[in-house]
Design a protein around this ligand. Structure first.
Ligand code: PBG
Length: 330
């Protein structure tokens, strides 16, 4: 006689109500941080080719867009600027210009929506004529760590002055969290947080983002500062340093090929953990959905849920608005 199973996990899946009762992880709109692309000019709303549904907004148009998102329950945003080529230089000087596109718009958003949380990006690449996150030595081509810290510190300070709630250093220079914390504290910005890009990998998944901002490196790659995708222990080392240096939150980037790292970091720290579901991850799903090869909405929700299940508390994602609409429908 065939053996009858005594253990039946399927009993916990037998109805929608039971499945919901035993559900271990939930997604909510307040988990999302929505990255936004800013561009110069008036009345600009330009779709990023490789990111269907994602636009570059001029300063005047971003206010309406944020209004729509706030109405949907999205309360945290991460703006990134597309800087005109003629404003770029080797030292990314435009990054500390309070009247430039980025800082002006950050201040304007905070004026319109004081309750909204803005996480500003610290890295030289959008403003650098070299397209690197740090200073490039003209002769050797080396990325100069300690000289870059001065620029990153001034950038962070200028962002705090413009009203940033969270500083997000995405540059991967050594010691930048401590350096930025010190600059902020000495200038009475003790209340401004730092979310460190703790484990940011040298990933091929950033392609559409670099297209959106025109920020790709002019020469070489980012492998001397971003992490080797092969490494796991190194993420824990970066985590330990960020904790010592005073990071308030830590981030893993990208998310999907690095779910193991998210889990590893989650288990190793009491700090909040976030993950950046990056541009290439968004583009892949959009492309497949447009071809009818996957169900775009279900794939999106599954991917976001998997990032939370891996251990992320919050997710930076280009899907924020669409997922918020799905969550609202229930
Ligand atoms: C650069 C930066 C990058 C992203 C955020 N900040 C790209 C890079 O390192 O070249 C990528 C985000 C995305 O792909 O969505 N400081």
């Amino acid at each position: 006689m065939a053996l009858i199973p005594t253990h039946r996990p399927r009993r916990n899946r037998k109805s929608e109500v039971i499945r919901e009762l035993v559900q271990e992880t939930n997604l909510a709109t307040h988990d999302f941080i929505y990255p936004l692309f800013l561009t110069e000019g008036q009345n600009q709303l330009v779709e990023v080719k490789s990111m269907p549904g994602i636009f570059r907004y001029s300063a005047d148009r971003i206010i309406d867009e944020i209004g729509v998102c706030v109405e949907l329950g999205i309360k945290a945003f991460a703006p990134f600027p597309q800087i005109k080529e003629e404003l770029k230089d080797h030292l990314a000087r435009e990054s500390a210009n309070p009247d430039g596109l980025y800082l002006r718009t950050v201040a304007d958003i905070k004026r319109h929506f004081p309750e909204v949380v803005l996480m500003t990006d610290v890295a030289m690449d959008p403003y650098s004529s070299d397209g690197h996150d740090g200073i490039v030595d003209a002769e050797s081509g080396e990325i100069l760590n300690d000289a870059s810290l001065e620029i990153l510190g001034q950038m962070a300070l200028a962002q705090a002055r413009a009203g940033a709630d969270i500083i997000g250093p995405s540059d991967m220079m050594d010691g930048r969290v401590a350096f930025i914390r010190d600059v902020l504290d000495r200038n009475a910005f003790q209340q401004v947080s730092i979310m460190s890009y703790t484990a940011k990998y040298a990933s091929a998944f950033y392609g559409p983002f670099r297209d959106a901002l025109g920020s790709a490196p002019k020469k070489g790659d980012k492998k001397t500062y971003q992490m080797n995708p092969a490494n796991r222990r190194e993420a824990l080392r970066e985590l330990a340093l960020d904790e010592q240096e005073g990071a308030d939150m830590v981030m893993i980037k990208p998310a999907l090929s690095y779910l193991d790292i998210i889990r590893e970091v989650r288990n190793a720290t009491t700090l909040p953990v976030t993950a950046y579901n990056v541009s290439g991850e968004y583009a892949m799903i959009k492309a497949a959905a447009q071809n009818g090869w996957v169900d775009g909405e279900r794939t999106m929700m599954e991917v976001l849920l998997s990032i939370k299940r891996a251990g992320a508390d919050a997710i930076l994602t280009y899907f924020a608005k669409e997922a918020a609409q799905v969550l609202r429908r229930g």
